[in-house]
Design a protein around this ligand. Structure first.
Ligand code: C2E
Ligand code: MG
Ligand code: MG
Length: 346
């Protein structure tokens, strides 16, 4: 709910905020039930603090973290994160309009065959005013604002273009891994759009592998599972991203028919310093391999990490040890060097 107070001074505003906050700290009665409600109150002065429509919309409409119990009041500097979100959202819209997103590729190495199996497509954005914005920051904003559907299609089309290029074909990659937000599976006719784009470029579904991240109940909802199954019927394969960060259990993995399980980089990095993480990681890798799935270990930066996970049975490796994600031209250069070296060492 938005309350607009005209011509009030700070004292009057503070008094009103206290009244509202106090009311929410009390119990509410609904029929015979007592209910505790969480509340988030955002106090902004217009136009002194917020003079832009997108900023105001972000402030009044963006979802709050409703899980946080109690009453929270945001004002002054505490509203900066909303401002930043609104700015990033604007940058995303502009990048879509002006076609200024980039797609980078990071190679994935097959440890058994000593060749590059595939590559992961990773989106990049450098805004003229905000500078480089990490996808870790802007993908959640794209998901909240609904822009993810369009961004997802943008990446997918760039990947299809990339796959059909002669220079890419010559590299002999088996497929390209494309990140798919679960929101794309729930809205926006993603499958139809994918099929249309693929037809236009002459790409087949076995040339693409979709990565989805486990996100709590959403990933296991029936809608999600049937959306994934439908795509699988069209020949798309799936990888489970960031495995080990929380939600998935082995029975879920088994029921979903994933081709690859991507073991999260966090656990690997912890394993450098913690014996318990190292045991958990190597056991997980062994179990997944025994269940017949590939393990892609992401975030491998050092020889020690490589030896640890390959020793445990990880058959696919992604990380700075081999290469960072690279723009197309640099990716071709890297791959050609890699192929040359492996021929010499044969
Ligand atoms: P992700 O899908 O788990 O991608 C792997 C991330 O780990 C990438 O970060 C990659 O650059 C990074 N990485 C890989 N190896 C190493 C390593 O050895 N060391 C370090 N320090 N980092 C490594 P990036 O590109 O910043 O992407 C972050 C996340 O943003 C991705 O995590 C993915 O969830 C999301 N994302 C990126 N591109 C897309 C996209 O096109 N669509 C969607 N829906 N999400 C995307
Ligand atoms: Mg990924
Ligand atoms: Mg990951």
């Amino acid at each position: 709910m938005t309350l607009i107070l005209l011509y009030k001074n700070e004292k009057e505003v503070d008094a009103l905020v206290s009244t509202i906050a106090d009311r929410f700290r009390d119990t509410w009665i609904y029929g015979k039930s007592e209910i505790e409600l969480n509340a988030e109150i955002r106090v902004a002065y217009v136009p002194e603090e917020f003079n832009d429509v997108t900023l105001l919309t972000e402030l009044t409409e963006s979802n709050s973290d409703i899980e946080t119990p109690g009453v929270r009041v945001f004002r002054g500097d505490e509203l900066d994160s909303f401002k930043r979100k609104a700015q990033v959202e604007e940058a995303l819209k502009k990048a879509l309009e002006e076609d200024t997103f980039q797609v980078y590729y990071q190679p994935i190495w097959n440890a058994e065959k000593n060749r590059m199996e595939s590559a992961e497509a990773l989106i990049r954005l450098t805004d003229p005013e905000l500078g480089f914005i990490s996808p870790e920051e802007f993908i959640p904003i794209a998901e909240q604002s609904g822009l993810i559907t369009e961004i997802g299609l943008y990446v997918f089309e760039k990947v299809c273009q990339f796959i059909t290029k002669e220079r890419t074909r010559a590299l002999g990659l088996r497929y390209i891994e494309v990140n798919l937000s679960v929101f794309q599976l729930l809205v926006g006719n993603t499958l139809e759009h994918f099929l249309e784009i693929m037809k236009r470029y002459g790409v087949t579904s076995d040339q693409i592998n979709l990565e989805i991240t486990e996100t709590g109940s959403l990933a296991t909802s029936n809608t999600m599972i049937s959306a994934i199954n439908e795509m699988q019927e069209w020949g798309f394969k799936f990888s489970l991203d960031d495995y080990g960060t929380g939600y998935s259990n082995l029975s879920y993995i088994m029921s979903m028919d994933f081709l690859n399980i991507k073991s999260d980089k966090g656990l690997l990095w912890d394993a450098d310093t913690r014996e318990s993480s190292s045991i958990m990681l190597t056991d997980t890798i062994k179990t997944i391999r025994r269940l017949g799935m590939n393990v892609i270990q992401e975030g491998v930066e050092t020889k020690e990490q490589l030896d640890l996970v390959v020793g445990a049975g990880a058959n696919l490796i992604q990380g700075y040890y081999f290469s960072k994600p690279l723009p197309e031209e640099a990716f071709y250069d890297y791959m050609i060097e890699f192929i040359k070296k492996s021929i010499i060492n044969r």
